[in-house]
Design a protein around this ligand. Structure first.
Ligand SMILES: [Zn+2]
Length: 111
């Protein structure tokens, strides 16, 4: 394991890990708020920080088969959501490289 590096996001509206309160993603990077996660509603982000990726796996989701990695908070190792590595449906391709963060696992701080 390398040394832990915590990146801070600038901006007023930041989502943080609910468990250890490091920054996870910026409100400005939300692509959609209309996703379903393991724990309820989830948001799709263009970018996320302070995360580590789990193993690559094929997963059948509501929107079809995808190659995904679960994402974990790099500070406290709690699972936060997943990242789309590859989508097979042309209509879902836009999600490749984007991040799902579970609303239930995030804190909104200061707003
Ligand atoms: Zn955390």
């Amino acid at each position: 394991m390398g040394r832990l590096y915590i990146e801070s996001l600038s901006g007023h509206k930041i989502f943080k890990c609910k468990f250890c309160k490091v920054d996870s993603a910026s409100h400005e990077d939300i692509v959609s708020k209309d996703f379903q996660g393991r724990f309820g509603r989830a948001y799709l982000f263009r970018h996320a920080v302070n995360i580590s990726l789990g193993p690559t796996e094929e997963r059948s989701l509501i929107s079809g088969l995808h190659t995904v990695n679960d994402i974990y908070c790099s500070s406290c190792q709690q699972i936060l959501g997943w990242r789309y590595e590859k989508a097979y449906e042309p209509s879902q391709k836009y999600k490749e490289g984007m991040y799902i963060l579970e609303k239930e696992r995030m804190l909104k701080e200061g707003w």
